[in-house]
Design a binder for this molecule. Structure first.
Ligand code: XIL
Length: 338
């Protein structure tokens, strides 16, 4: 995107990131299409950090073994670098998005754990190596914990084929590729006690064995009811006590399931959402261990909560409305910075 003048309907609102610049970078998750037009302006105006919503996931970057496609990811990185924005990397390993070829042996049949780890190393060295010194933090493993599983690791293909050592391996490969990058475990519902205990146990164990893990990524796909800002504060404190950085990696706040929303409720829900966004940001701002906050999208015009199967949900989880105008939530977040 050429750096045309910022349209007045965007420039008339105070940019958010500078209000928090003394505390942490404020980011948004984007697709390449959000770098253009009104979205591009909104992103550059209010945010000083960026993450690829999907463009850096393994099936996008390496759709077939040895065939890399960095075009979309590079566009996001270039946009950020031209504007001095910070870049988070998401993600190197996720059970939902591991390309099928990872699991197949060259001659047919299932790949061995050894081969899968070799492929993981090749993927991580290529990806983290390409963005070495430019992507400052990586979600190395995403959603690997399940409190219902014995041993706390999700019973997915990674565990079944490689065994629990895949987690440690992923961190060691990422560190090898970029010793300066901050490396994160990223997960959802980190305030849920059993889940939190599993995650604390996992990082404690990794660190005790000298594995380079630097922080906990808290997705924070929350809603207007749960969790409380107090619970969030408690969870952040528990990870900080281990000496870890906290990143809020995917923040959005759903209005709740559509069927449970009575007609006429929306005004009250948006007010509640705004108040809770304010409470959350007060917690983030007060905690020195919170080193980055990222919203999972730019505006209510286009978020994962209204795409695909959720189309028609009418959800409005972000700080800017479908016309890219600030919501009450934006005003509360701005207020919480003072
Ligand atoms: C989601 C994207 O927002 C969607 O566009 C995609 O179809 C699926 O993935 N946790 C994560 C993110 O770590 O990668 C997910 O992103 C949302 C949940």
């Amino acid at each position: 995107m050429a750096r045309e003048a910022v349209p007045p309907e965007i420039a008339r609102h105070a940019p958010l990131a500078p209000m928090y610049a003394h505390r942490f970078p404020l980011g948004a998750a984007v697709e390449p299409r959000h770098l253009e037009g009104a979205d591009g302006h909104l992103l550059a105006w209010h945010f000083n950090a960026v993450v690829a919503e999907n463009a850096m996931k393994p099936p996008r970057l390496q759709p077939a073994e040895g065939r890399f496609d960095f075009a979309a990811a590079d566009r996001i990185v270039a946009f950020a670098e031209e504007r001095g924005m910070t870049i988070r990397g998401h993600t190197l390993l996720w059970h939902e998005e591991t390309p099928d070829w990872f699991w197949r042996a060259p001659g047919g049949g299932p790949a061995s754990g050894h081969l899968v780890l070799e492929r993981l190393r090749a993927h991580i060295l290529a990806v983290v190596g390409r963005y070495r010194g430019r992507v400052h933090a990586w979600d190395v493993v995403n959603e690997v914990v399940d409190p219902a599983a014995p041993g706390c690791l999700r019973n997915d293909r990674w565990l079944q084929v490689v065994g629990p050592r895949y987690v440690e391996a992923a961190f060691r490969y990422a560190h090898e590729a970029d010793p300066g990058a901050r490396l994160f475990v990223n997960d959802f519902e980190t305030t849920q006690p059993a889940k939190r205990d599993c995650l604390l146990g996992l990082v404690r164990d990794l660190r005790a064995r000298g594995v380079p893990v630097h922080g906990m990524g808290h997705q924070m796909h929350v809603d207007v009811d749960r969790p409380s800002a107090r619970e969030v504060d408690g969870t952040l404190a528990a990870f900080a006590a281990l000496g870890l950085d906290n990143h809020v990696t995917e923040l959005d706040m759903s209005l709740g399931p559509a069927p449970r929303r009575a007609p006429g409720d929306e005004t009250a829900l948006l007010a509640r959402q705004a108040a809770r966004y304010g409470e959350f940001f007060r917690v983030f701002a007060a905690r020195p261990d919170v080193k980055a906050v990222t919203l999972w999208g730019l505006s209510d015009a286009d978020t994962w909560l209204i795409r695909g199967a959720r189309q028609g949900s009418g959800d409005k989880p972000l700080l800017f409305d479908a016309n890219r105008q600030p919501k009450a939530a934006y005003r509360e977040v701005a207020g919480a910075a003072r």
